[in-house]
Design a protein around this ligand. Structure first.
Ligand code: AMP
Length: 176
């Protein structure tokens, strides 16, 4: 991929120490969103990677995955499906719970959002421990969908989130 673009992308990611709690270095992608050229190039990079996989839906993970995922869906001319935290989606849902550092979280998808046999690409802004993405993959599979790839703008490689995504194609634009 275009290394000048990736250098600009990396420079735009703002590291915010101790947010939302002490010890976490939060990767803030809002400078990417605010830069018209970078936003377009980031969406194009994800869309061009997804296009040959011929997905018929893009699944975006709440909440920054909605921003990139919806843009990629428009670029590819396919539909968009939100995966949301428990209690936010109004229709009948499939739910998957997963472990957090302390406690657990649940994500949901509308049961009619992905058809049996449908190919999807899952998108989020960042891969950390992998729990969220693995739960999103499980949701798609429970509906009978096929996950062609999971895409991230940023991967925190040192947290090895890929180990929770065995057998799933994973692509990240930037790795830390
Ligand atoms: P995980 O389930 O640990 O892979 O966490 C992934 C989700 O948490 C993604 O939706 C990210 O947006 C968010 N997240 C986790 N860690 C960070 C971080 N250091 N900076 C920004 N977002 C994060």
């Amino acid at each position: 991929m275009n290394t000048a673009f990736l250098d600009r992308l990396r420079s735009a990611v703002r590291a915010v120490p101790d947010f939302p709690k002490p010890g976490i270095i939060f990767k803030d992608i809002t400078p990417i969103l605010g830069d018209a050229a970078l936003l377009r190039e980031t969406v194009d990079a994800l869309a061009e990677a997804a296009r040959p996989l011929a997905p018929s839906k893009i699944v975006g993970i709440e909440s920054r995955g909605f921003i990139f995922g919806a843009a990629v869906a428009v670029a590819l001319g396919v539909g968009f499906v939100p995966v949301r935290k428990k209690g936010k989606l109004p229709w009948t849902c499939e739910a998957v719970s997963y472990a957090l550092e302390y406690g657990e979280a649940t994500v949901e998808i509308h049961k009619d959002a992905v058809a049996r046999g449908e190919r999807v690409v899952v998108i989020d802004d960042l891969l950390a421990t992998g729990g969220t993405a693995a739960a999103a993959v499980e949701l798609v599979r429970r509906l009978g969908g096929e996950v062609a790839e999971v895409q991230f703008v940023i991967e925190l490689g040192f947290l090895n989130g890929r180990r929770l995504l065995p057998g799933v194609a994973v692509r990240s634009l930037l790795t830390y």
